[in-house]
Design a protein around this ligand. Structure first.
Ligand code: BJW
Ligand code: ZN
Length: 248
């Protein structure tokens, strides 16, 4: 049975290393829209016009304005019970790693210590010419694409389509996948590669794979357990059980 939690709690009793692989759905309850599915931003806006380097070169101001808009939303949000529960897992296990596709910083703000950002971070920016970093909030950005002192355009440090993921972050996530005992896959459609390889690697190398999502995804049939529900509700319930397991 894909929704019987008995085996999960057995695994969580003896597990030492836990991996959380997360996507946009975990931040949905903080008020940040997902990309795909109901209410997803790409139902209205085209990713090919906003999320690749050629689009940026063609229309830097439009792409920059889009990220400025997202930054403002993210700055006004806060971590939700899903992020907070994940951070609390650190009190009960030897190692808790978060490998996230999100760029919103909410895992760190919730207190998670090991966070691998596979698709970058919206607070970081760099010059496409000389590579100099320009990080908000130290740098006062306007709504027009800013220029570096060398004259180059400044872009957000986000992995767009067709770009390579940061190799060190991806390798560290692979290592965590290979080593973990339980892997939670939370709030992701699991359709974007190579990130979506991470939970499959965890499963292949012996981890117990648990999916938390409001609907079934590409990954559901591979998961050992599929918990259908909001991550801000499901994860606190699992954490409560962990507290009991670990104190008895
Ligand atoms: C809840 C919930 C709640 C809601 N509780 N759950 C075929 C054609 C063309 C390209 C490719 C292809 N096959 C593979 C590729 C490559 C491409 C790719 O994977 N494309 C596929 C989409 C087809 N990948 C790449 O290009 C990557 N790079 C690469 O491959 O490099 C090698 C290379 C180099 C040179 C040339 C060619 C190749 C890079 C991918 C970078 C992705 N970046 C983005 C956008 C960033 C820009 C921005 O932020 O503006 O990152 S894409 C976007 O999707 C974003 C996300 O991180 C990523 C994943 O999305 P996620 O997190 O899964 O969100 P959603 O919205 O999809 O799902 C949300 C889920 O939450 C849903 O399931 C809901 O049900 C659930 N949910 N509320 C729990 N409360
Ligand atoms: Zn520069």
């Amino acid at each position: 049975m894909k929704n019987d939690k008995t085996e999960l709690f057995e695994k969580l009793k003896t597990a030492k290393k836990i991996l959380f692989f997360t996507g946009a759905g975990i931040s949905a309850e903080s008020g940040i829209s997902t990309f795909r599915g109901a209410g997803g931003i790409w139902n209205k806006l085209k990713p090919e016009e906003l999320a690749n380097f050629n689009a940026f070169l063609k229309n830097p101001d439009m792409v920059w304005e889009w990220y400025q808009y997202r930054r403002k939303i993210i700055n006004e949000t806060k971590p939700n019970p899903g992020h907070i529960s994940i951070a609390e897992f650190q009190n009960y296990y030897d190692e808790v790693v978060v490998s996230t596709q999100n760029v919103d910083n909410l895992h760190r703000r919730a207190g998670s210590k090991i966070v691998y950002e596979l698709h970058g971070n919206i607070e970081r920016n760099y010059c496409i010419n000389c590579g100099k970093n320009y990080n908000s909030p130290d740098f006062n950005f306007t709504d027009k694409a800013p220029r570096c002192e060398c004259g180059g355009l400044i872009r957000p440090d986000i992995v767009w389509f067709g770009e390579y993921l940061p190799q060190d972050v991806f390798s560290a996530s692979e290592k965590a996948a290979e080593e973990c005992d339980v892997c939670f896959v939370v709030g992701t459609s699991a359709v974007v590669y190579p990130a979506a390889q991470i939970p499959m690697l965890a499963k292949r190398t012996g981890a117990y794979l648990v999916e938390v999502n409001i609907e079934e995804t590409e990954l559901t049939y591979r998961a050992d357990l599929s918990l259908i529900g909001k991550s801000g509700e499901v994860l606190p319930q699992i954490l409560e059980e962990v507290k009991k397991i670990k104190t008895t």
